[in-house]
Design a protein around this ligand. Structure first.
Ligand code: AMP
Ligand code: FE
Ligand code: FE
Ligand code: ZN
Length: 282
C-alpha cells in the first residue's frame, strides 16, 4: 500500500476522550495538512465508519486503529493496534469488558469526589458522548464546568491523580494478553508512549522482550511525553529487535495541547505496519 505523508498514527475522537466527533477530527486533520491519519480511540472502534467516510470525502488517507488499555501491576500501559478485524469476537468481548469497567470505575471515582465536591454522575454524562469509552478526562471536564479546576491538566495533576485521594485503578488485561488479542484479530500492536517517565521506567527489558516474542511490532518513539533519554533507549531497543518505530501526536481535540502532526511516522514504517496485518491480507 501507498501512504501519503505527513502521517499521524494516534488521535482520539469523542468516541473516547477526544473533544471532536470522528468526522470533525478528520476535517481538522485535512486542515492541518496531514496526508494520512489514524483514529485510535480508547478500547473502541465505533468511530471507524464515520472517520473513514469523511477521510474519503476530504481526500486524505485513513488508518483504522485503537488504543487498547492494558495493565502491568499498577502501571497503565497503552497498546496501539492497527488494521485489525473490528469484529474479532475475543477482542470485541475484551473491549466491552474494559468499557464496562471504565464506567463502574468512573462512577466510583465520582462517588468519592462527591463527598468533598459538588459533583454528580450526571455532570460527567453531560460531557460524555453516548456509548463513549468514559474516563478521567470526562470527569475532568465535569470538574471544570463545576468550577473546581481550571482545565483537564489541573484535574489530572490534583484530584484525578493516582495519589490524589479519589483514584480507582481500571481493570485491564495484561500487555501480553493485549498483544495476543490484537494479533489474534489480525492486527498490528505498537506500544504507545512507552517512556513517559524516562528510560528507567520503560516496561522492564525482559517483559518487553516477551512482548516482542508474542508479536509486538513497534514502539511509539516520537511522542511529546516520551523523555529524551527514554527515546534514545527505545531506539536502541527497536534496532536490536527490528521493531517498527512510529511518531504521533496523541491529539485529543481541545482536551490536550497536543496538535495533529506535531510528531509523524515515516511512510516506510506505516508500510511495514500494513504489511504485517493479517486482516488486510485476507
Ligand atoms: P483514564 O483512561 O481514565 O485512566 O485516563 C487517562 C486518559 O487521560 C489518557 O488517555 C490521556 O489521554 C488523558 N490524560 C492524561 N493526562 C492528561 C492531562 N494532563 N490532560 C488531559 N488529558 C490527560
Ligand atoms: Fe486519552
Ligand atoms: Fe495513551
Ligand atoms: Zn492516546
Amino acid at each position: 500500500m501507498e501512504f501519503r505523508a505527513p502521517i499521524d498514527l494516534h488521535a482520539h475522537s469523542s468516541v473516547s476522550d477526544g473533544t471532536q466527533s470522528p468526522a470533525e477530527l478528520i476535517r481538522s486533520a485535512a486542515q492541518a495538512g496531514l496526508g494520512t491519519v489514524a483514529l485510535t480511540d480508547h478500547d473502541s472502534t465505533a468511530g471507524w465508519a464515520e472517520a473513514s467516510a469523511e477521510a474519503s470525502a476530504q481526500g486524505i488517507g485513513f488508518v483504522p486503529g485503537m488504543e487498547l488499555s492494558t495493565r502491568f501491576g499498577w502501571k497503565s500501559v497503552h497498546m496501539l493496534a492497527y488494521f485489525f478485524d473490528p469484529g474479532s469476537a475475543e477482542l470485541v468481548a475484551e473491549c466491552e469488558r474494559i468499557r464496562e469497567a471504565r464506567r463502574t470505575r468512573a462512577e466510583a471515582i465520582v462517588t468519592r469526589l462527591a463527598v468533598d465536591y459538588d459533583l454528580t454522575w450526571d455532570d460527567v454524562l453531560a460531557h460524555t458522548a453516548p456509548g463513549a469509552s468514559v474516563g478521567r478526562p470526562h470527569i475532568a471536564d465535569a470538574l471544570v464546568t463545576r468550577g473546581h479546576v481550571l482545565d483537564r491538566s489541573e484535574a489530572f495533576e490534583t484530584l484525578l491523580h493516582p495519589r490524589g485521594g479519589y483514584f480507582e485503578p481500571l481493570y485491564a488485561p495484561s500487555p501480553l494478553e493485549g498483544v495476543e488479542l490484537i494479533r489474534g484479530a489480525g492486527g498490528v500492536p505498537v506500544l504507545a508512549h512507552p517512556a513517559t517517565r524516562g528510560r528507567d521506567n520503560v516496561l522492564d527489558a525482559r517483559y518487553l522482550k516477551a512482548l516482542v516474542d508474542a508479536g509486538l511490532a513497534g514502539l511509539e518513539v516520537d511522542h511529546r511525553e516520551n523523555t529524551d533519554d527514554g527515546r534514545a533507549y527505545l531506539l536502541e531497543f527497536a534496532a536490536e529487535h527490528d521493531l517498527i518505530v512510529t511518531g504521533s501526536s496523541d491529539y485529543h481535540g481541545a482536551g490536550k495541547p497536543n496538535l495533529l502532526g506535531e510528531n509523524t511516522t515515516s511512510p516506510a514504517s506505516l508500510e511495514r505496519i500494513a504489511a504485517e496485518s493479517k486482516y488486510l491480507s485476507r
